[in-house]
Design a protein around this ligand. Sequence first.
Ligand SMILES: [Zn+2]
Length: 346
Amino acid sequence: MATAYVSHPLYWAHNQPGHPESPERLEHIGMALDASGMRQRIQLLEPQPISLDRLSRVHVPGYVQSIEQIARRGGGGLMGRGDETYVAPDSYEAMLLASGGLDTALEAVLRGDFKNAFALVRPPGHHAFGNHGEGFCLINNVAIAAATARHDLNIDRVLIVDFDVHHGNGTQAIFYDDPSVLFFSTQQWGIYPGTGHWSETGRGKGAGYTVNVPLIAGWGDVMVARIFDDLLTPIARRFKPQLILVSAGYDPHWTDRLGSMTVSDLGFFNLTRKLVALSDELCAGRLVLTLEGGYGLEGLAYGVVATFAALLGDESFVDPVGPSPRAERPADEKYLDQLRALHGLP
Ligand SMILES: [Zn+2]
């Protein structure tokens, strides 16, 4: 069965010149999809805007209206905690179509039209909370999709995997006391937003359904693979998700200036293969990804190509950007053991 992707010109319209979260990100992804021949192997899905009903499951109406007002006034920054996050004149429509694009992909996969799908949307979402945006994110696309799956699509248990170099603090907060959504997140420790410590594991009925793996600068392909094998895989088997959603951020790439990890595009290929295998084993292959960060343009672009190669079932990937010239920090067995014990794994 085929792999789908979502794209739309409005995703380019969210723009503030000089900002790292730029339309050039999608431009480079598009060039890499063409240059690699990948675009011929995947099928384009036309996104539909998110409905206000679905949006309001995650976000308070007053916050959504404030974004619309800033956009109608010609754009500007979010107030308060989100002042690094901009709203351009077309950002309101772009964000509705970004969230809607992920829901379009989700519905297509759950209908069985496609094996899996990747929504190449902007603006990204995983730092958006119910009542405010920050970290370049306006509304939380992956959280809205998880809520759609739960409420409209007969899914009882959703696994969200977030491999962006920054902690998905908004996603975590939205589902922190919800045992129906297991949030598994890797992030570099000590950078924005400062949360995502391993001791953050959920609250109330959601206790144990948030798993954070903070990363030390310099770790890369080997350690990330070990985290997916030794932690994510057994935790996912225990949870038995009916759907896997992924916040796919490519800023752990060694070329990215917002992080200090040493992941390569071959590393992204291998970790996506693990996600495909998990979804095949646990939930009939139902795997839907959405684009989050990634600011080193070549590393990002070929990371996305590598992800599609894995989604299509390719067994190998030639990484044109190559491995990190910096030596990768060795995997830490003791740390993996400690995290396994914390989460009750044998
Ligand atoms: Zn990021």
